[in-house]
Design a protein around this ligand. Sequence first.
Ligand code: COA
Length: 699
Amino acid sequence: MALESFFNPKSVAIVGASRQRGKVGYEILSNMVAASYKGKLFPINPNADTIDSIKCYPDLKSIGQVPDLVIIIVPAGVVLAVMQQCAEIGVKSVIIITAGFREVGREGRQLEEQVIQVAKQAGIKVIGPNCLGVIVPANNLNASFGGDLPAAGAIGYLSQSGALLAAILDMANANGIGFSKLISIGNKADVDELDIIKALGPDPATKVIAGYLESITDGNAFVREAEHISYVKPILLMKSGGTEAGAKAASSHTGSLAGGEVAYESAFNRAGVIRCDSIKQQFDYAQAFANQPLPAGPRVAVITNAGGPGIMAADAIEQLTLAFAKLTDETVARLASNLPPAANLYNPVDVLGDALADRYQFALDVVLDDPNVDTVLVLLTPQAMTDAAATAEAVVNIARQKEAKPILACFLGAGKVEDGIRILRQGKIPQYDSPESAVAAIKVMTDYVRWRSRPKRVVKLFPVNRRKVENIINRHLRQGMREIGETDSKEILEAYGFVTPKGSIATTADQAVSIAQQLGYPVVLKIWSPDILHKSDVGGVRLGLKSDQEVKDAFDLMMFRIPKKRPDAKILGVLVQEMCRKGREVILGMNRDPHFGPLMMFGMGGIMVEVLKDVSFYLAPLTAEEAKQMLMNTRTYHILKGVRGEEGVDIEKIAEGLQRLSQLVTEFPQIQQMDINPYVVGPEGTTPIAVDARMTLQE
Ligand code: COA
């Protein structure tokens, strides 16, 4: 496995192992010992012969062998010298715990760069600096100062915050949650989040990858690789630092620059990464993935000893758009044969308040056999005769016998269910503190299964005229122009198969009339000047002109008034344009994110985008399904589809427009931003028109 010597080192040197209890260097050595590390341990401290009767060495060279892993815990000013020693003796893997690097400013950053340069030249992989360390319970490795060695389990956890990892460890230890590996990546000066995710992807001990991130080093590579790994196992991430306030906190914390929130959301979507909002939510989900099989579908059956929680679960199932399993007649008959007459035999199956473990065991056994059931949720409230511990044992027993379908539990209460919860956890049955959080975990599992089985992404390539676009862009770049105006933007769009309104420039009123006659009435007149960006502000746009006379008058008025208003502007004439038929106005756009590349936008035009901000985003390049999903993700999608007798618009055509635009911005990375606004769309079978467009090139 990649990073093997970090996870399973046969020998570990601790440089800066301290004699003094409470110091980081002491705690790491003592954690290694307390975890019963099986390999050779070399504490390095020039001022000590032994620490807690373990032999110490004055420096790395005097060990007489090359340790698989070196942990550095000396003050920041000494780290470079220690790294040079590592390079000299041929060490290949180093964890730097020490803080005081990039996160403290310019000098720290320089020091970090020097240390990493030495490491790179010597082919040394480095985790950290400014990290908590690495923990692998199954290998008795606790190379950290994060506390006791947790139980072994199937969650691989990475964290950009060491302190958070320490809190997670504490919480996990209290709740018996196990890990395959825990890695604190700190400033990720060398090994970053993607290296860890790539190492955990093929790791047989890891069933689910979870983590906390403040930034992503290489957005494009992350999306590409994480998408591959998500097919193999789920990735659950908490990402902070997205909002402006959060970003400030992040930069003072680990010195990382956070990217835009929307871009992260889109990137995670594309890569199948499941975003979590809190530690609790993350572990709610992680437990389910780590300990249970994946559900084959969305149908949930509930077994309960109380009506209320059953209804709460049913509401959550409906709200989260899961399906309430309809039990077969055979299941109902089997349940009837052995449950009391007052029991509810339909979903939720109510085994009644006086149910003992045997009733639960029977009902769970029967319901799991039902072909209409994909997941079973077992609810329990502690009533007078309830035996939570025996019921938990019964659930665990059945789960061992019938491993194909996921079983989740929610034992509500505190002291009276405590023993039961412990037995559930030991038996790998995820336990939740509310029916809603259990159902949320089922939802996430179901969505993951659906994501994984979606058709392969195929991005359609349309035949286009790239050369033409290249010429326009190059001309602008040569002239140092970053803004591409309406005419050139439209030419670019036409080269990519968009239809724009027909029209030409007139320099006299007579010319305007003859162009209008050729186009057919009604027409639009727009003042044509490279110096006037906002034409309507100077009275430079007239819509719906219906006759020769109206065109003539409008032309004369513009040519008379505008030069007075804007004497500085060079006026080249007036654009006479066909008037687009009425339709719905939408916006297609793109903004290039510095981390993840082109982020496509779709929104309803006019008031919807300005007031309601009803827009959706997705990373380019788009597949047809993703383009359609962008439309569906807006709140106003049903308006596009047509409501209350109003005719809908051609959804497929809008989706095609988004795909064409996505192709354009993917093929031309010089485009930083662009908008087609409005993009006028009509009923099915009509061609949408790109009425106005703007582009900005990268600096
Ligand atoms: N090689 C080996 N050992 C050395 C050494 C060298 N070149 N130079 C000094 N040492 C020994 C010292 O003798 C000392 O041992 P002692 O206590 O037995 O005398 C030990 O290394 C530690 O050195 P000390 O100067 O006492 O440092 P410290 O323990 O006060 O601090 C760090 C060292 C690394 C813990 C501190 O600089 C630091 O970075 N703390 C923050 C860590 C952190 O928060 N990381 C991020 C977590 S998310």
